[in-house]
Design a protein around this ligand. Structure first.
Ligand code: SF4
Ligand code: SF4
Length: 322
């Protein structure tokens, strides 16, 4: 256990009993932990409203207990999201090639506040089972947290910083979708609590790789960032998945699994809906996350946390492999 963890004292217990008269179905079971057959994911918590959630009570608890400032930010995110989709301009702008269109939309995404943008396909594993895929391409945008907000995580300031970053990311996606519709192509934005899974979308779009802590690691902006996506029918060249050396370091590093206050991070990959991958114990992590308004210990202690150093770390790891 790190000195920082010791200083923070004993974490609150990770059970979900505080929000439930009767414990709900395990989030791990809903997520398909241990299932060898491939299937789409089901929403558990922070859902889109497409159907009632097994963990609805915890979500309600979160809404009731959250500080006012956080609640206002959350309402503002919902307000922005009302423009996620809309009318498409009649006159269509054509590009010389999907590569030219991709370069253009990524430039525009950066202009709207994205710090990183990538493009990939919308595959079945990227959307929940209530969602119908109609737009085949995804532009994924990422915005990094302000490191000053996250310094004391998990605390109120980091919770507010997280929400502020969600807001910026959602805004970039909404503005980008509106811009693409203005060019005569269909486009819809998906920010927080949408019926899409941002991590597999971002992996497809080459934003980064999944780490042992269940979050994405980017060579450009490290580990501490938020994601949103725009689905579109504008033909776009894909970036492709990346290998930045994450697997090499996670194979031996124990930082996040040792420091997670809820003991939610395992040191071996697990089978989830037919795929072997890093998986964080949902029943331990999410209640703790709610209780602390957004725990981020695992992101903070990760050697990839510093976005400015992540590129250097990736080069070192890949050189060592060679
Ligand atoms: S957010 Fe990370 S450190 Fe916090 S409880 Fe979840 S897995 Fe553990
Ligand atoms: S802290 Fe270590 S094991 Fe955990 S994700 Fe980061 S590199 Fe991987």
């Amino acid at each position: 256990m790190s000195a920082r963890r010791k200083a923070a004292g004993a974490p609150p217990p990770a059970e979900y009993a505080f929000a439930f008269e009767h414990p709900p179905v395990s989030g791990n079971a809903i997520n398909g932990l241990g299932e060898t057959r491939r299937r789409r994911a089901r929403e558990v918590f922070h859902g889109s409203g497409a159907r009632p959630l097994e963990w609805e009570a915890l979500q309600s608890y979160f809404g009731m207990m959250v500080p006012l400032r956080l609640l206002l930010l959350w309402m503002s995110i919902r307000w922005t999201a009302r423009n996620s989709n809309g009318p498409v301009a009649k006159r269509r702008r054509e590009f010389a090639s999907p590569a030219e269109a991709a370069a253009h939309v990524k430039d525009v995404a950066r202009m709207f506040g994205a710090e990183q943008a990538g493009i990939g396909p919308v595959t079945e594993d990227c959307v929940y089972d209530t969602f119908t895929i109609t737009l085949p391409h995804a532009i994924v945008v990422a915005v990094a947290h302000d490191p000053r907000d996250m310094r004391g995580s998990p605390d109120r300031a980091s919770g507010i910083g997280t929400m502020r970053t969600y807001k910026k990311t959602g805004r970039a996606a909404v503005d980008l979708a509106r811009y693409i519709r203005g060019m005569g192509w269909h486009a819809a934005a998906y920010g927080q609590s949408a019926e899409v899974l941002h991590i597999p979308l971002a992996i497809n779009a080459g934003i980064g790789q999944l780490g042992k802590h269940g979050s994405l690691i980017s060579k450009e902006i490290g580990t501490s960032f938020r994601l949103a996506a725009v689905f579109t029918d504008l033909p776009l060249a894909y970036d492709g998945k990346v290998d930045i050396g994450v697997e090499d370091l996670c194979a031996t590093c124990l930082r996040c699994s040792t420091d997670c206050p809820a003991g939610a991070i395992a040191n071996a990959k697990q089978t989830v809906r037919g795929t072997e991958k890093w998986y964080v114990d949902f029943d331990k992590c999410v209640p703790y996350f709610v209780k602390t308004y957004g725990c981020g210990y695992c992101l903070e202690v990760c050697p990839w946390a510093d976005g400015g150093r992540a590129g250097w770390l990736s080069e070192r790891l890949l050189a060592k492999r060679r």
